[in-house]
Design a protein around this ligand. Structure first.
Ligand code: SF4
Length: 283
């Protein structure tokens, strides 16, 4: 942890934006080893829809590790509703393009936590876990005062796993919401096999969605989550699928909003309820 005098220096607060995935856990280990300058808090923005393995990992591994190493860990969340409750209430599923989910359940709750806990801070540095090899994403990052310790130290994602193992910790699963539309088909299949109850929540969301019902998978050869489930139940082979253009990795950093593809609509401050009229037109 920072020395007392440094902690009191509210002009320059440092946080680790923590998503519970491989990259952010590797940074946590490097912090504990003193290989990265200390942070004031390791901050986890909980959408309420993270993978069950991520919650377990945080409780059983991350929190005890932080306690042992005198690192402050905090969780922050949208107090009004979880991302799932929001989707169910408005018959929506998160959008690949207009990432209002990240804005409202990650970015804004992080900002609110910082304003509440560090009201006098004039500069807040956010450590973001892009690994070496992901420089393009860092170039697109819209966070204020970001730092990329893994890029600076030339640490790849593979090396992150070694860092975690060599600290005696298990490697976490890929993090991100179970209902994330950025998942590849193979990840949907894994969700179906390992968490059928969560898969059926997503299937139901998709069915009641005001969006095009194939929006979740977005692969014409597979169709809906219901189609995928029926194929799996019948033991049918899946058609050869294109690799998804995106993965849920960005949210494993607790900072998925920073990954903007060209031509994607700016979604900072995007209000998902305003999406409804647009969707109704397209139905
Ligand atoms: S993991 Fe996916 S669903 Fe969750 S906030 Fe990020 S983009 Fe949205």
């Amino acid at each position: 942890m920072k020395k007392e005098a440094e902690v009191l220096d509210m002009d320059n607060v440092r946080i680790l934006s923590f998503g519970g995935g491989v990259n952010s856990v590797a940074i946590l280990v490097l912090l504990a080893q003193g290989k990265i300058a200390p942070v004031d808090v390791v901050l986890f923005a909980d959408t309420g829809c993270e993978m069950p393995e991520t919650y377990t990992y945080i409780e059983k591994i991350v929190k005890p590790f932080c306690k042992t190493n005198n690192i402050k860990f905090a969780t922050t969340k949208n107090q009004e509703e979880t991302l799932l409750e929001h989707c169910q209430r408005l018959n929506l599923i998160p959008s690949r393009q207009q990432r209002w989910c990240t804005d409202k359940w990650k970015k804004r709750v992080i900002r609110k936590y910082l304003l509440t806990n560090y009201p006098d801070a004039t500069k807040i540095v956010q450590l973001i876990g892009y690994a070496h090899g992901e420089e393009r994403r860092a170039d697109n990052c819209k966070a204020e005062n970001p730092q990329y310790p893994l890029i600076e130290l030339k640490i790849t994602r593979r090396k992150c796993k070694n860092i975690i193992r060599s600290a005696g910790l298990p490697v976490p699963v890929k993090s991100g919401c179970f209902l994330c539309p950025q998942k590849q088909v193979k990840e949907w299949i894994r969700l179906y096999r390992e968490h059928p109850n969560l898969y059926s929540v997503c299937e139901q969301l998709e069915l009641s969605s005001r969006c095009n019902p194939t929006l979740y998978l977005n692969f014409p050869k597979v169709g809906t989550l219901g189609n995928l489930r029926r194929r799996l139940e019948a033991g049918k082979k899946l058609p050869k699928l294109p690799k998804s253009v995106q993965t849920a990795l960005f949210c494993s950093l607790g900072f998925c909003e920073v990954y903007l593809e060209e031509n994607h609509m700016e979604y900072a401050h995007f209000d998902s309820s305003k999406l409804l009229p647009l969707l109704e037109v397209s139905v």
